[in-house]
Design a protein around this ligand. Structure first.
Ligand SMILES: Nc1ncnc2c1ncn2[C@@H]1O[C@H](COP(=O)(O)OP(=O)(O)OP(=O)(O)O)[C@@H](O)[C@H]1O
Ligand SMILES: [Mg+2]
Length: 241
């Protein structure tokens, strides 16, 4: 029994679960008999509503950590709690559900489907949910509106600028109302003007209460974050102050 359960409700201290709690989380890749320790055993908490930037040299383990947070991969050791629920040992089916409902992912290369319109790309993210088609379309339109692209719904990715494509990818990531948005170098393929467009959008989503974890080489992105972590040789350090 936890301490909070022994205290009457009215006296219970306000101890919200962090969004992420990592305990002894490590990841070792095995390749052709060789072991690569991409993430050393790590304890880390990320609170709900934080905007965390992860920086560090290439090969430092940033994408590895992000994929673990996003239930795209499992740690070699340790536990990962997402809003209080352990996910490292969850079934593959549960991990698929978590990715569909609780996590939004944005990548450097946008990863849009070239033959689908902006609207259809966003609708795709709602496929796993048992929604009637008109409701799916309504929500996808709303998400596009949210990123300022209502008037580009029928454009193919090739008919959009890089910044607009990334905004479609962000709409796709938030359309299922996830708890967390994870982004791996979201501005890496963009010029400065488009980068600022995406930065403003990320900052607005954070202001609306979304928890953000953004891997970035870009110090302009990191400056907007409320917390900065550095990952080097698989070791996480807090460099906020
Ligand atoms: N699937 C894999 N199999 C084997 N080794 C891997 C795999 N993925 C990553 N690695 C290795 O793990 C280490 C960490 O890689 P990771 O992709 O997390 O780095 P990163 O910090 O994201 O780098 P970058 O800034 O270049 O994207 C590297 O040494 C990499 O070669
Ligand atoms: Mg990477």
């Amino acid at each position: 029994m936890s301490i909070t359960e022994t205290v009457p409700d009215t006296l219970a201290p306000n101890l919200p679960e962090p969004m992420f709690r990592l305990l002894g989380v490590s990841r070792t890749y095995r390749q052709k008999g060789r072991e690569i320790r991409a993430l050393q055993p790590t304890d880390l908490e990320i609170g709900a509503g934080e905007f965390v930037a992860i920086q560090g040299p290439t090969g430092g383990g940033k994408s590895t950590l992000l994929q673990l947070l996003g239930a795209l991969d499992r740690p070699t050791t340790g536990q990962i709690h997402l809003a209080g629920a352990e996910i490292a040992g969850a079934s593959s089916r549960r991990l698929t559900e978590i990715r569909a409902h609780e996590i939004g992912f944005v990548f450097q290369g946008f990863n849009l489907i070239p033959t689908l319109t902006a609207l259809e790309n966003v609708e795709m993210a709602l496929e796993p949910q048992p929604l009637p088609a008109p409701e799916r379309t309504r929500r996808a339109r709303e998400a596009l509106e949210h990123v300022g692209l209502a008037d580009r719904a029928d454009h193919l990715p090739s008919e959009l600028s890089g910044g607009q494509q990334q905004r479609v990818a962000i709409a796709r990531a938030i359309v299922s109302s996830p708890r967390v948005l994870l982004a791996d170098e979201p501005t890496g393929n963009l010029d400065e003007g488009m980068r600022d467009e995406i930065l403003d959008l990320l900052q607005r989503l954070h202001a609306e209460g979304l928890t953000l974890v953004v891997v970035t080489h870009d110090s302009a992105v990191a400056r907007r974050a409320t917390r900065r972590l550095r990952l080097q040789d698989g070791v996480v350090r807090d460099t906020t102050h």
